[in-house]
Ligand binder design. Structure first.
Ligand code: SF4
Ligand code: SF4
Ligand code: SF4
Length: 450
């Protein structure tokens, strides 16, 4: 049987988005801070969390209650899922979403990530994977959500990221020059993925020299928000975009932070520019709030809905159509694999004989390297070798790669970085059962510092 999480949550406090100043430490106005916090009353000072923190954001010595330094924290939740005592808590928007679901004017959209559909069953005491996709959709519908599967948006991320990578290949490896390629002249190899917000914040704070290398493609949920509030609202749901309330359901606590970043209001900008909403409409975000896998289980339980008991029949909807490429985003190497499939097809004019690019799958290794030969259809079949690396599980390898990058920019062309071990399947918002006992419990391993 699966296990049910006993992680505590808290509603965002009044000052969660900071004050009126533009910058406060590493936060801009409006950005959520303190998403993950240690409850001092429950912390034993065992120091286990420090070993899992990618940014050394946890303060405290052995035996003394620890605390998180928010300016260094990337909100990944790895400390939370590894604290043996459930002393670490997560900011949650469950009550706000329930209020929206009860408001007849709001059009509340569930936007579930690939890793959540596997994990949800655990929160209801069953084996991972036993809630099928259709059962999950039906549970969300019963709770009052409209559906838009994030895999559809992940396909957009792949197209965007793959196209950007191809442009870099043409400019930097093949020496092509055209107006269309001008902007990549400022963005050399290696190309880094951008869909993990913990990695992006980590780079912004600790490795700013890598910023020109990071893809400009948005993460899947940030692709999904503007699509929902423009095309989806207008052509599919036929509702006022200002009434759409977007709720990604993710394995990730860092996405709670990402949603609050001020630049992510593309739908509002587009709708104003195209006179689709009054010009004095105040700015609204592409993503309204994010729920974790644990949060959605709490919400369903509050509403008395058990996804395991739902029907397995669900009518196809255009917002839930997607490819296998979007689905594998949840695993380490998945983003790289999906983007390479697209790039290979466009550059060679052929489908990969075996689309399963197993050499790039990270799984339990924190660094994987591979070389992928690609024949070029526009260069008489000339073969180029794409050198890739997949990094997962915190930033230890990023420090190494950053140093190598300074000395040898040609070592890799494409680097995927996912903060969590094995990728989003082990994200900070996934099911977890802490021991809830004394730290002297005989089964508890001694804390190890990284
Ligand atoms: Fe405290 Fe939990 Fe960290 Fe141990 S792992 S120091 S109990 S917060
Ligand atoms: Fe460190 Fe992540 Fe915990 Fe923040 S949320 S303290 S970055 S492990
Ligand atoms: Fe979130 Fe996935 Fe990055 Fe973990 S690896 S921080 S779950 S996006």
């Amino acid at each position: 049987m699966g296990s049910v999480s006993n992680i505590k949550t808290f509603a965002p406090p009044a000052d969660a988005r900071g004050g009126d100043v533009e910058f406060e430490g590493t936060y801009r106005k409006g950005e959520l801070r303190g998403i993950i916090k240690i409850n001092q009353d429950n912390c034993t000072g065992c120091d286990t969390c420090s070993a899992f923190c990618p940014t050394d954001a946890i303060m405290g010595t052995l035996g003394v209650a620890h605390a998180i330094e928010d300016n260094s924290c990337v909100a990944c939740g790895q400390c939370l899922i590894n604290c043996p005592f459930g002393a670490i808590e997560q900011m949650s928007f469950v009550d706000e979403v329930i209020k929206k679901l009860d408001d007849p004017k709001s059009f509340v959209v569930a936007h579930p990530s690939p890793a959540v559909r596997v994990a949800l069953a655990e929160e209801f005491g069953a084996e991972p994977g036993s809630v099928t996709i259709n059962k999950m959709y039906n549970a969300f519908k019963k709770a009052g959500f409209h559906m838009y599967d994030v895999n559809f948006a992940a396909d957009h991320t792949i197209l965007e990221e793959g196209t950007e990578f191809i442009k870099k290949v043409k400019y930097w490896l093949l020496g092509e020059r055209s107006k269309d390629l001008e902007h990549v002249s400022h963005h050399p190899f290696p190309h880094f993925t951008s869909c993990c917000p913990a990695w992006v914040r980590n780079a912004e704070i600790f490795h700013p020299e890598l910023i020109p290398h990071i893809s400009g493609a948005k993460s899947p949920i940030q692709m999904g928000g503007p699509i929902a509030k423009t095309w989806g609202a207008k052509f599919i749901w036929k509702v006022d975009p200002r009434d759409v309330f977007m709720v990604p359901i993710t394995p990730c606590t860092a996405k709670i932070f990402e949603a609050s970043r001020p630049e992510f209001n593309s739908a509002w900008k587009y709708l104003i520019k195209n006179n689709e909403i009054p010009s004095d409409t105040p700015s609204f975000p592409d993503i309204d709030v994010v729920l974790t896998a644990r949060d959605i289980a709490t919400l369903l339980k509050k509403k008395g809905i058990n996804p395991l008991e739902m029907s397995d029949e669900y009518e196809d909807e255009v917002m839930n159509v997607y490819s296998g490429g979007g689905t594998i985003f949840g695993n380490s190497g998945g983003v790289m694999e999906a983007a390479l499939r697209t790039s290979y097809f466009i550059l060679s004019g052929m489908e990969l004989k075996n689309p399963d690019l197993t050499p790039v799958r990270g799984y339990d290794k924190d660094l994987v390297e591979a070389t992928i030969p690609v024949p070029l259809k526009d260069y008489d079949g000339k073969i180029i070798e794409i050198k890739v690396a997949v990094v997962n599980g915190a930033s230890k390898n990023i420090n190494k790669i950053a140093k190598e990058l300074v000395s040898n920019q040609n070592k890799y062309h494409f680097i995927e970085v996912m903060n969590c071990p094995g990728g989003c399947v082990n994200g900070g918002g996934q099911p977890v059962r802490t021991m809830g006992t004394s730290w002297l419990h005989p089964l508890l391993p001694l804390p190890i510092r990284a």
